[in-house]
Structure formats: C-alpha cells, structure tokens
Design a protein around this ligand. Structure first.
Ligand code: AMP
Length: 209
C-alpha cells in the first residue's frame, strides 16, 4: 500500500490520526487544509485566490487541489497519508489515476452529526507545530498551551459556530458520497472514542490488510 486516505466528517479526528499513523508507519502526511491555510497566511498568489472559500468553509476547486497533490507526490514517492483529500468524487478518481486503485487504503472515521458539531466547537490548534486538541476528548495538559511546543493554542477561523454548520453541509453534499464510492474497500472505524482507542483500532485493521 502506498497511500492511505482518511475519510470522515470534519472533527472526526483525521488530523490527529494522520500524525500518529505517519509516525508509526514512517509515511509522509499531506494535509491539504494546512497547505491552504499556510498559503493564506503567507499571502501567496494561491493564498489570495482561495482565501474567501476556505474561510467560509467552501471547497477549493478540484484542479487547484490536484496540482498541490501532484506536486507533493513528485517529491514523496514513499507511503503517504492524506488528511482532507480526496473530498470530491472527481478528486478520488484523479488520485486513482495518479497512484493506481490497488495502492490505496481507505479508512472511514464514522461520527454522528451531533458529535461533529460538538467537537468542532471545542477544537483548538497549535499554530506552531500543528498539533490538534479537543477540549472534550483530547485536552492539552495546561489550559490553552500546546503540550509539545508550549505555544498558545488558537481557534481556527472556520471553527466559528456559523461556519461549522455550513462545513458539515458541504461534507454531506460533496464528500460523504465517497463512502459509497469506496464501498467494499473501506476500513470502517467508530470515531466516537478516545484518540488512543481509535489509533489502536485503525493500526490493527491496517496491519491485517
Ligand atoms: P480541513 O483543515 O481539512 O478542514 O480543510 C479546511 C478547508 O480547506 C476546507 O473547508 C476547504 O475550504 C479547504 N480544503 C481542504 N482540503 C480540500 C480538498 N481536498 N478539496 C477542496 N477544498 C479543500
């Protein structure tokens, strides 16, 4: 297997799982959202062109995302874990044409709408090292401070309560159909558990593949 796709609604824990899996499998991680947010922060041409969509919780167009993915894969030929990609059927088909369907493992983190809305409202991010916390399920040891690098944690702009609901609606319309698209080759996992439980479950299931 050369690539693992983490599928699931926003707030299901894809980011944390991607980091933990990458560490144990020695895979690279490609986090589309992080790449886009960095471009916005650095006010690059890409950043300026996608800012309004990302901050409003709308998807960026497939071609822009696929250009970023192709660039990344050119310099990362070992295993890759995708967090936040693919998010449309078009992106999923393109990924298969780039790396081949047989090279792909798909993990689906299942979480109810109620939990998605709860979790996104209590997510905190470290702007320096990227570590993700949740005040309910995975809080930092010290209030508001990253355990790993000591930086002050932030709330993402698109974790604003007004935007959270529209991001979930976008997920249902554009990304949830991928569950059916990948039917028969999905590793399904209950994401309504602790970070450690989800990680051990996924690792065990991937090892059996
Ligand atoms: P995330 O951090 O994965 O929640 O992504 C944050 C935002 O970046 C999303 O709400 C989209 O605006 C954009 N984005 C990230 N990945 C993709 C993708 N694969 N396709 C389109 N837009 C994306």
């Amino acid at each position: 297997m050369r690539a693992i796709v983490l599928l699931g609604p926003p707030g299901a824990g894809k980011g944390t799982l991607a980091r933990d899996l990458a560490e144990c499998a020695h895979f690279s991680v490609f986090v589309t959202g992080d790449v886009l947010r960095k471009a916005i922060q650095e006010e690059t041409e890409l950043g300026r062109s996608i800012k309004s969509n990302v901050e409003a919780g709308r998807l960026v167009d497939d071609e822009t995302i696929l250009t970023l993915v192709r660039d990344f894969l050119r310099s990362h030929r070992e295993g890759v874990i995708f967090d936040g990609f693919p998010r449309t059927i078009g992106q999923a088909k393109a990924l298969e044409s780039i790396i081949g369907a047989d090279s792909l493992g798909v993990v689906y983190l299942e979480l109810s709408e109620e939990m998605v809305l709860k979790r996104l409202g209590s997510r905190r991010n470290c702007p320096a090292c990227g570590k993700i916390y949740n005040l309910l399920s995975n809080p930092p040891l010290k209030d508001g401070i990253c355990d790993d690098c000591g930086c002050a944690l932030i709330v993402r702009k698109d974790d604003d309560p007004d935007i959270i609901k529209s991001r979930y609606d976008v997920y249902l319309k554009e990304t949830a159909p991928l569950v059916e698209y990948y039917d028969g080759r999905l590793i399904k996992v209950n994401a309504d558990r602790s970070v450690d439980e989800v990680f051990h479950d996924v690792r065990g299931k991937l090892c059996q593949e």
